[in-house]
Design a protein around this ligand. Structure first.
Ligand SMILES: [Fe+2]
Ligand SMILES: [Fe+2]
Length: 192
């Protein structure tokens, strides 16, 4: 799988990416972030994280706490509902599994994120072996999830969606990003 640094969240207009291009770009970013997360925890030792590792930990937290959650919301609002009443039981089963995956990825990230935040803040106090094991599980689940979406659900959704539906989906996704960015800027933080 390739990685991309394309921004996830452009407003759909002439020359801008469409809804599925935004979703695909987020998958590439997720794969990239998972690789960085694995490298981060693999490189930690008793001497603690250096400045680069702390900055990486901070970026990983921002991504999985904001961008990845936004991506799940996009799929749950726009993609899964279109397919869960499919005549094909395999498609219905795949949607159920993907919905369940989102729940477990959320649970996994809530367990991992305090330790990653401790790395970002150089606080220590986490169990490194447990962290590495948790990252391995989270990474494997995320890769399997993306593979199922890209091999089964996204192609089916692309077939089902008309151009008007795609445009509407792209507009709603862009609007949610705009509102969230404005809210984050007003709160004085950083967002995606
Ligand atoms: Fe998903
Ligand atoms: Fe996805």
């Amino acid at each position: 799988m390739t990685t991309s640094s394309s921004p996830v969240g452009a407003t759909p207009s002439a020359g801008s990416p469409g809804a599925f291009e935004v979703l695909d770009a987020c998958h590439r970013q997720t794969v990239d972030m998972l690789a960085r997360l694995s490298a981060l925890v693999g490189g930690l030792d008793k001497s603690g994280p250096d400045r680069e590792a702390r900055r990486t930990a901070d970026e990983i937290i921002q991504f999985f706490s904001q961008t990845a959650r936004q991506h799940h919301e996009d799929e749950e609002r726009h993609v899964f509902p279109q397919l869960q009443d499919s005549d094909d039981p395999e498609i219905v089963q795949a949607v159920l599994r993907l919905q369940q995956d989102h729940h477990w990825m959320d649970v996994d990230w809530k367990e991992l994120s305090p330790a990653i935040a401790a790395v970002a803040d150089n606080r220590g106090g986490y169990d490194l072996e447990a962290l590495r094991e948790g990252v391995e599980i989270f990474t494997a689940l995320s890769h399997d999830h993306i593979a199922l979406e890209e091999s089964c659900i996204y192609p089916q959704a692309r077939i089902r969606f008309g151009s008007a539906e795609l445009q509407q989906m792209g507009r709603e996704m862009a609007e949610r990003r705009r509102v969230r960015s404005a809210r984050t800027a007003n709160a004085g933080g950083t967002g995606s």
